[in-house]
Design a protein around this ligand. Structure first.
Ligand SMILES: C[S@@+](CC[C@H](N)C(=O)[O-])C[C@H]1O[C@@H](n2cnc3c(N)ncnc32)[C@H](O)[C@@H]1O
Length: 346
């Protein structure tokens, strides 16, 4: 008897679904983009609508509309009850134009910059080089385009608010009187810490081009004058002394030698007994956390020398700089904070 042709009967023991899923992740992104572009979430701001009502209001074609709306529900952006659709809480909070906090300009922008960055991965993998701004240019560039900076800053501020709330509770601030956020963007983290602990004063250290952003943002928050601005380069300009210093997502922009320098400079600027907080999406010791590894690759693609790094390495840089008491702790499920306490004797 002839044997059956190979490949028909001999199915491989596993299916290709994980590969197919990875190859089609873009569908989810595009459905969200289209919903933002068409104004789905704005249309549902006042309450729920049926599919025909939405179709008419948004000018959708009936060949697509039902699949589209149900796909949005599947993505967690809409909720369907019976035949009516409404915004899921996350969409209601962040994706309705002109209402509350609007982050709807961010997805398109970030997807475009991701496509540009990730499109260079193979080249980067082979040559180690990608097209990016020269050393330092990455920072200056982000301040050039005001509208773009604002969109990014609003998203970054959300993370800063959550980090500040965490720090406000995690540490005992009663013995500290001031905090400096080094590379603190438009000062949001410092402002949130000062709000939680009104006895604190604080400053934000950034290149001079960031000053107008900080001043504008503080005025919007009703914190004008509370967070000082220090304009300069963290590598060359004096860092004002403080009881607590923070590097939030700053060390990931540099290489180990520069990270050591930044940590050393913070140690020098801290008063005796002071505390340094370094947070980033640090890579776990075993290097298995997929999200953090992807962020690390992304940093390699968008900055000339950046990458994420392991908490154990960061702890070592702090010890080398002279911090006798160093530990690392998880932060918000996505980040790690390395805490260094400076000796009281210095
Ligand atoms: C990724 S952002 C992080 C901002 C903020 N800490 C946060 O976590 O949202 C890095 C910040 O560090 C600042 N920065 C990087 N290198 C710097 C340098 N050499 N001198 C001053 N600021 C610097 C950049 O301007 C930028 O705002």
């Amino acid at each position: 008897m002839e044997s059956a042709p190979e490949g028909i009967v001999d199915l491989p023991p596993i299916g290709p679904e994980p590969i197919l899923r990875l190859a089609t992740l873009v569908c989810q992104t595009e459905v969200m983009h289209a919903a933002l572009e068409l104004g789905v979430f704005g249309s549902l701001a006042e309450g729920s609508l049926t599919e025909p009502e939405l179709r008419e209001r948004l000018g959708l074609h009936e060949r697509f509309s039902k699949d589209f709306l149900d796909a949005l529900a599947g993505l967690g952006l809409l909720i369907r009850v019976g035949d009516r659709y409404r915004n899921a809480p996350v969409a209601g909070h962040y994706l309705v134009p002109g209402q509350g906090v609007y982050l709807g300009d961010y997805p398109r922008m970030v997807t475009a910059s991701f496509q540009q960055a990730w499109g260079q991965l193979s080249r980067g993998l082979r040559t180690g080089k990608v097209e990016t701004q020269p050393r330092g240019g990455f920072v200056a560039k982000s301040h050039e385009d005001q509208a773009r900076f604002k969109v990014y800053a609003e998203v970054m501020d959300h993370l800063s608010t959550r980090v500040a709330r965490d720090f406000a509770e995690r540490f005992d601030w009663s013995g500290y009187k001031d905090v400096g956020d080094l590379g603190g963007a438009r000062g949001h983290l410092a402002a949130a810490l000062l709000e939680a602990h009104p006895h604190l004063s604080g400053y934000c250290f950034e290149p001079p081009s960031a000053e107008r952003y900080l001043k504008g943002h503080m005025a919007e928050l009703g914190m004008a004058g509370r967070v000082g601005f220090v304009g300069g380069d963290l590598f060359t300009d004096p860092i004002p002394e403080a009881d607590v210093l923070v590097y939030g997502q700053v060390l990931h922009g540099w290489e180990d030698e520069e990270r050591r320098t930044l940590v050393r400079r913070a140690h020098e600027a801290l008063r005796p007994g002071g505390m340094l907080l370094v947070y980033d999406r640090m890579i776990d010791e075993e290097r298995r956390d997929q999200q953090r590894l992807l962020y690390s690759l992304y940093m390699r693609l968008v900055s000339p020398m950046g990458s994420e790094y392991r908490a154990v390495d960061c702890e070592r840089w702090l010890r080398e700089a002279g911090f006798p008491d160093v530990r690392s702790e998880p932060l918000l499920n996505t980040h790690t904070v390395v805490v260094g306490l400076k000796s009281r004797e210095e």
